[in-house]
Design a protein around this ligand. Sequence first.
Ligand code: ABU
Length: 878
Amino acid sequence: MALSSTLQLTLLLGLCSLGSALRQIYLAGTFPIQGSDGWQGGQACLPAAQLALEDVNKHPDLLRGYHLNLAAKDDMCDSGLGAYALYELIYKAPQKLMILSGCSTVCTTLAEAASQWNLITVCYGASSPALSNRNRFPTLFRTHPSATVHNPTRVTMFKKYKWQRISVIQEAEEVFATTLDNLEQQAKAENIEIFNRQIFKDDPSAAIQNLKRQDARIIVGLFYQKPARKVLCEIYKKNMFGPKYVWFFIGWYEDDWFKRKSYLDEENIECTQEQMMMAAEGHFTTEALMWNHNSEEVTASGRTVSRFNDSLLSKLREDPRYAAMLSKNIMPEGYLEAPLAYDAVWAMAVALNATAGVLEARGMSLDDYNYDNKAVADIMQEQMESVKFLGISGSVAFSEETGDRMAWTKIEQLIDHKSDLYKRERQKHIFGKMCIQSFFVIEKSKPSFKFDNSVDEGKELIVWKSGKPPQDRTIILPDLQTVSPGLYLPLLGFSLLGIIIAICLLVFNNKFNYRRIIMYSHPSCNNLILMGIILCLLATIPLGMDIQWVSDPMFPALCAAPKWLLSLGFSLGYGAMFTKIWRVHRIATHTKTKGEDKIKYVGKKPLIHTQVVPWKLWSIVACLVGVDALFLSIWQIVDPQNKQIHKFDTYDSQNSGEDVKYEPQVWVCRSDYHNIWLGITYAYKGLLMILGLFLAYETRSVKVKQINDSRLVGMSIYNVAVLCIITAPVTLAIADKPNSTFAFVALANVFCCYLSMALVFVPKILFIIRHPGHDPREREDEDEKKKVEQENKLKLILKENEDLQKDIADKDYKIGLLRKHLTMRMEEAEREAKEKMARNGSCRLRGNSDLSRQESLRGITVLRGQVPGLGTTAESYL
Ligand code: ABU
């Protein structure tokens, strides 16, 4: 067994020194070796630590008079086992001077507890950023850099490739949580968003599924090696590998961690080796540089890196299990961190050496240390803080504030050197196997990329499967749904033609307004109908216009235009029709109530003779238009329509090469209370239409002479009302489909306009064409006109006669008065004569013979001659 053999070796080291006069001093060490979870780096780190012990004990200037021993235990990277090992090591003699520990989980537990025994802990394999907390771990030092040293490297890489949207997936361990907290902070400082963080404990499938659902592309994964295999298999299963994805893993896993058959079998990974290799290909790893770059540089221990490597490998080969692995070119776990374990022991030795020096000056020795001796512990702490040497892992020094190790980091990419892509791009690097290719390093304090010149003459060696770096998200391009020109242009053509026709009809209507058929159709009302039609047809232009070319400031105007044009056009056109039919209805009902003397019957149909006053019709239309204009103005001012973008489910680009999805969008004009305004509009216009339908139906058999086209207008009202009543709700339902909406509205509009023009004007045009100068009904009019003239003449004569009669009667009255007066005078004269004769006795009566009757006019007797007794004649008297 590997553990028993290593422990035996440790024991042997101790025993060998027993015979000498050296004072035995002990370190307590825990190594993760035989566990199944976490990092089992003790496999290579324990032999490295033993190498360091040998070198320390051999070194003439280090710990003179002492022999450094290591009491080691396997903690399996399990905090419980680690704590148990610590208590055993502490409570069992001999006294331990310092603690050496491995993975973060155990190191966290041990370092927290060790300070209670005034023990310094040095961790060679703990990367957890949480360990940088000096308050929590006051006596902790580590040769393993904090996992946060990867973060500036990662962030620099994100920036280099303009990745702004990063996802992370982590195993539920403090080490990874704190690393990602730090990554989040660093990314945020560079305006990079960690938009999705998935945490899993044992089964990563749901976490990977979530990443996929949220379109994660650039993903940092932090987990130990065993869960990493599960993650990789899920990546394969969920098809989250290939040119669109970039995965960042931890770089300190074993070389073949993802494909070793024994692991896949033991852990029941549901992916084959080939599938794991496919999923792993192209992923990046970041790791702190743990081996001094200059392999021939002599370090503090006198060893060069290459000599250390040789010695380590030979030591590992002593263990049959590792020997078997090495023969297959597979390194035991912890091989990468082995220099850290070596340097950790060396650093402890250097600090103890310095402490021994300080104690010696005070007449003490390291033997005086015990778990209650804080003074010696403080000296050890001070000495540890000032340790500085060139180790196998590079320059070793500890930060005072955190006890952390400073380090360079390295990014590597897993490249399949057998792949066609790689062969094509890098002919000289065909190694015939999957291997990790280092290409550049980054310095923590000054993040900047440096190409590793030793690898490929300073060239960037990244292989992108699609030939270019992937995007950090699927690019979603708006697919603005507009009315297709194939639909817009024909309907626009029809509308413009309709406008031209309406203008021609206006000209026709006014040119022939002397003709009875036009004159009695109330041409001014028909002009209004035509103007309404023109406005409605004009609405086709903004209704189907390609809105993407309309500037934002212009958009509200374009939004409002169809509404205004259609509304005012409707009020003018339909309003004029409605008014006509309403007048007909009023005349008909008025005539019924006043008697039928004004109704003529043409065949069986009644023909009403009445005066139609134009201003009454215009005023009704003006009212309807005014109400509309007022309502639209209030709507426009109070709650103006603005652009609203309606988005729909995305669809993939037809070009599989581009990482793009299209999102159909419809721009619609909406007010905040759009439905309320629309409801009012529909209710008002709907009522008008229903009323129009009713009036048209009621007056279907009525003919008013002055509105001779009322039945045609009635038919037109049916057509407009029915089409509008159908179109309005349908357009509401299909509002998000610009083509359908436009087709429906524009077709209904054009159809209504054309049909109304046809119904109202075609019969008139045909009639005038058929009867260019002669209209049978026009003769009827002339007869009627003559009759009216005769009637007027008769009326005049009768009036004259009446006046004369009155004059005669007046004169008769006056004559009567005169006669009376005359008779009275004559009687008076006779009486006077008689009285005179009686007085004279013989007076001759002559009066009657002197007065002669001259003329008689209408019973009036005119007397000529002198009236006796008067000096005047009767005639002159009259
Ligand atoms: N490089 C190994 C780190 C292991 C750990 O931090 O637990």
